[in-house]
Design a protein around this ligand. Structure first.
Ligand SMILES: Cc1cc2nc3c(=O)[nH]c(=O)nc-3n(C[C@H](O)[C@H](O)[C@H](O)COP(=O)(O)O)c2cc1C
Length: 340
């Protein structure tokens, strides 16, 4: 049954539904979708759903919070394009650490063309684990990606060739460390390479090609289910554009903010005709993350490592239905009429 979605502030029920659907289109580690939304007559609350933690890869819930930040950006932008200002409070209640943010539709505010362009990119953004074309990403587009991170108080570092070589080694080491961890591998197999009609986890059809020795960049075996096969004659691009999304702190608030920045980079990439994928092992294995932090100069916290380039279309990954992730609190008027 669909949740009975009600108007919130000046938003109609239909606008609220669209904003929530945009929120759940956000990316999340293993498509775990670790969020819950509680709607009151005046506010949408975003809660972390820690029952959806990927324990071995993300024991401290950092990537879980990043994913919620990405959902929050989609929610905020989608409310903005209705011409309403979304008043966002991050971690508004110290006594409720799982309440990551509240979004209150406030007064009218016209949306910008950029808001519209970013919202148009939400349903078109998909993680693309396949090889990209060798064509380089032009400098103006790189600048837009950097500005997108900065607009959400994040930063985006593009790695030059010498640092790329170091990163490659770090990714390799982190990948080996995770493969040697039985708990990691067992949990990974539960989420990745699923067959059939699944609403969470990563289906085999989007897992990407099996890594082969020459596949320097996509080492994480997302095709552990063995269903995906490399496309004949296609190798990974020789000089990938790899960038690191980072933050100035590593607190939950900073991680949530980094999730907003990460999503804005991904949407900007999609709007610019680019595809993207993640290389997360290097930020999941603590020693590799520390080494990456040092590689970037030591003052900043690496939150996500992205590979960006020109890719061919990939299928969308399914989401859980709204009824699984949304609860709505009726207004007294609605309650007394038996709605809700
Ligand atoms: C914090 C974070 C880390 C991720 N790490 C990886 C990764 O290491 N490898 C990968 O292939 N996908 C990774 N993903 C992508 C998710 O698997 C993907 O978002 C999810 O399956 C939903 O698919 P979609 O992005 O196409 O909507 C990550 C996503 C997030 C938000």
């Amino acid at each position: 049954m669909n949740p009975h979605i009600l108007p919130i502030g000046s938003l109609t029920a239909d606008q609220v539904r669209k904003a929530l659907l945009a929120a759940i289109a956000a990316p999340s580690l293993c498509n775990s979708q670790p969020w819950r939304f509680h709607c009151t007559p005046s506010v949408i609350e975003l809660h972390a759903d820690r029952s959806r933690t990927i324990h071995a890869a993300d024991p401290e819930h950092r990537e879980l919070v990043l994913a919620c930040g990405a959902a929050l950006l989609n929610l905020r932008l989608t409310i903005r394009v209705t011409g309403v200002h979304p008043d966002v409070r991050i971690l508004p209640d110290r006594t409720q650490p799982d309440l990551l943010a509240t979004v209150r539709p406030a007064g009218p505010r016209p949306a910008t063309p950029l808001d519209h362009a970013l919202v148009a990119a939400i349903p078109r953004r998909h993680t693309n684990r396949r090889p990209f074309l060798p064509s380089p990403v032009p400098t103006p587009l790189r600048s837009q990606l950097r500005q997108a991170a900065e607009a959400e108080r994040g930063w985006l570092a593009f790695l030059d060739q010498p640092r790329l070589a170091v990163l490659q080694n770090l990714v390799h080491r982190a990948h080996q460390a995770q493969l040697a961890d039985e708990a990691f591998v067992a949990e990974w197999r539960q989420w990745i390479g699923r067959d059939g009609d699944t609403r969470d986890g990563v289906p085999a059809r989007t897992s990407g090609p099996r890594p082969e020795p020459q596949d320097e960049w996509v080492l994480r075996d997302y095709s552990a289910g063995q269903a995906a096969r490399r496309v004949a004659g296609k190798d990974f691009e020789p000089e990938p554009l790899i960038c690191v999304l980072g933050s100035f702190q590593d607190s939950p608030a900073a991680q949530l903010q980094a999730g907003l920045a990460m999503q804005r980079v991904l949407l900007t990439a999609t709007g610019g005709g680019l595809s993207s994928s993640f290389l997360s092992q290097v930020v999941e294995v603590p020693t590799a993350r520390a080494d990456l932090r040092a590689l970037l100069g030591g003052g900043l916290w690496p939150q996500a490592v992205l590979r960006i380039g020109y890719g061919s279309p990939v299928p969308a990954t399914p989401r859980r239905p709204l009824e699984d992730v949304v609860t709505c609190e009726p207004t007294p008027a609605h309650a007394s009429h038996g709605h809700g």
